[in-house]
Ligand binder design. Structure first.
Ligand SMILES: C[S@@+](CC[C@H](N)C(=O)[O-])C[C@H]1O[C@@H](n2cnc3c(N)ncnc32)[C@H](O)[C@@H]1O
Length: 287
């Protein structure tokens, strides 16, 4: 299926959102905390970690605290996000301290060597790429033997109330909220990589807002408006659509509106790819 995600637009949206991101991104901060929590159940002492799509550094900060001796590399496509993350995680002050490096780069072409990171992590970034499989392949490429790949992304039921309300206004508006994957297809994607013990699970977080304007403002503040929702174009001006949304969006008993975010988590361990396995085989010669 052709994706409607336009990466240059995504990068611009997150670049503009960087200054106020921390104010609007309570959800991302919470999911970073939960993703980091997955590491409490694994036996891993990484020497080198990469956080892909680091944003302002919520996950990078958790990883730095959990593995203070590891070198940490964080990367984001939006320069303003990378700059904010650099301020957040700091740099090493003394030569014997672990390295902290933040780069501006693309998850689809990581500027690092094959098999160079023991922990390859990413929080709520994969959903902004037109081809999540390409990002997973890159994550696997840079994963070192015995390393762990760990990420979160939004799932199919994310913003389901918004999608349903838009569809009730006019069926063609349902497409304004872009499709997110379900947990099964994410599991399939993960299993297609050279990994072992792949595990997926999911969480549902429901946030409430005073009205639809507050919801849209928050999505915009998270940088999501350019990619997750499209209010302009398609024959309806933004304001008219917002008025229709406000009239139709279901309200709870406190006259607030709810928005669901389904978060999918994926985790898997390195497994040698068939070519790597062949290269590693020591031929046993007959005596
Ligand atoms: C929702 S934010 C999440 C940021 C951070 N991981 C967090 O938990 O707050 C998604 C981030 O992915 C970045 N991003 C989007 N596409 C990317 C790509 N192709 N390569 C690297 N970063 C990308 C965006 O610039 C943005 O900072």
């Amino acid at each position: 299926m052709e994706s409607h995600i336009n990466q240059p637009m995504v990068a611009r949206a997150f670049n503009s959102a960087a200054a106020d991101y921390a104010h609007y991104a309570a959800l991302q901060r919470e999911v970073a905390r939960r993703l980091d929590g997955h590491l409490a159940f694994t036996k891993i002492s990484p020497k080198r970690i990469i956080d892909i799509g680091c944003g302002t550094g919520f996950l990078a900060a958790c990883l730095r605290a959990r593995f203070p001796k590891a070198d940490l590399l964080a990367l984001d496509i939006a320069p303003a996000m990378a700059a904010a993350c650099r301020r957040q995680i700091g740099r090493r002050r003394l030569p014997w301290q672990p390295r902290r490096m933040v780069l501006c780069g693309d998850a689809r072409r990581l500027p690092i060597q094959d098999a160079s990171c023991d922990l390859v992590a990413s929080n709520l970034t994969m959903q902004w790429l037109p081809d999540p499989a390409a990002m997973l392949r890159e994550m696997r490429r840079v994963l070192a033997p015995d390393g762990l790949l760990l990420f979160s992304t939004f799932g199919r039921n994310t913003l389901c109330e918004l999608r349903q309300t838009l569809a009730a206004i006019a069926p063609e508006h349902a497409g304004r909220v872009l499709p997110f994957p379900d947990v099964m297809s994410l599991g399939d994607l993960l299993s297609q990589q050279a990994v072992q013990l792949p595990v997926t699970d999911c969480d549902r977080l429901v946030l409430t807002y005073a009205d639809t304007t507050a919801l849209v403002r928050e999505l915009k503040g998270m940088g999501a408006s350019a990619s997750a929702i499209r209010f302009r174009g398609g024959g309806l001006g933004g304001r008219k659509l917002l008025r229709q949304l406000e009239a139709r969006y279901p309200k709870n008993s406190e006259r607030r509106i709810a928005a669901s975010f389904e978060v999918l988590y994926g985790q898997a361990w390195h497994k040698p790819a068939p070519a790597e396995q062949r290269a590693g085989v020591i031929p046993i010669l007959p005596a």
